[in-house]
Design a protein around this ligand. Sequence first.
Ligand code: IFM
Length: 445
Amino acid sequence: MDLASGLLLGLGGYLLIVTVLHFLFPESHLDWSNINLENIAMPEGFVWGVATASHQIEGDNTNNWTQFEQREGKEQSGKACDHWNLWAKDHELLSELGVNSYRFSIEWSRIEPVQGEWNEAAIEVYSQMIDSLIAKGIEPMITLHHFSHPVWFEDLGGFYNRENIVHFQNYCKKLFPYFSSRVRKWCTVNEPDVFSIMGYHMGMFPPGQRSPIKAIRVMKNVMIAHGEVYHELKQMSPDSYIGLAKNVTIFDPYRRWNLLHWLTSFALNYIWNGAIISALKKGRMYGVSVKQVKNSADFIGLNYYTHVLTSPFLPQTTEIDLPSRNHETVTEFGYPMYAEGLDRASKWLSKLNLPIEITENGVADKEDNLRPKHLKRHLWMIAKLIQEGIDIKSYYHWSLMDNFEWAEGYSMRFGLYHVDYETQTRTLRASGKAYQSIIKQHQNN
Ligand code: IFM
């Protein structure tokens, strides 16, 4: 074969591969102008919720995050939404919205501020919160670890050291019996993927490290912690409904004709998503056994925000606009609004044969220009998925109110309620009214 024929053959083979990939892994985009977003119909029994997390709203915490904020000279979380004092009023906001479930997290650093010393007063406050929700007809869903933990745990090396997992187990086992007769729904951990990649590879979360190898080790350990806690809590209360909240970010090749972009997307999809699914399904992750993770969930929580267009030049920070398709709207966080990805993420998670709870979905949008449309597109997508037979039980909007958005501080506003941090006034946004009215329509049907 001469050089020209060889080159032609190579080119033909390359084109064949990218064409096959293109059709095997389509990146769906809908023409939203032809879709009636005013007609969202969820089945009876669908759960309407909102979500928050302790460190983002409570205020005056002392944990790995406050330590990091000070050490790195970041914006301080400070009083946040002062929810620790204002929670009863915030529960009224939940009633005003009409939600029938509320996902929030318990701050481990309040429960066990010093290793082995339990703060009964803090447990009592959470207990009162639970009673208040139940009295309002709002079912609590509790997250046990949402990015923040005690300083002593961080100083021991946190989830980087496998031998520290037992401390997380002790905290969960201590807390659970106080609430398990009143609370059925539990998330062990929130977003093991974001927690480990942002903290150990991107350096934007505590402990601010930059090593992909460390990030993978931490993700594996967090999943082991989830598995251990799942089995222990199920033994204590078999009727509990326990899962974890998984952030599914979809990685699509930026240039669909570029094999390197495809390869990057496959690698990232595996590291971020595939490894966790494999852990839950097969008890294996990154080529090693994590047997306690196999079958360790009664549901899978899906936190869905966007897709990321990949090339080998990966961004090393979230503080830039990521690439997007020309027709896509870029949100304030710098990533595109892509409700079609919720369809793809849910169908892909449905391989686990578990009920799906949409434990988070929302958008940073100060002026609330995009949020009403964002909310309706995602709800429309869920209704479609349910009609197609995907077992989605609930939708928890992120977030009830503006709050401390981690590395981005207070600059990103995700709330259905606007928060004035000076006066701690909450004001319902147009998107909040839209959600309220969709919930009401369903209650009247
Ligand atoms: O605010 C976060 C939340 O804590 C975890 N999931 C994504 C949200 C928005 O970025």
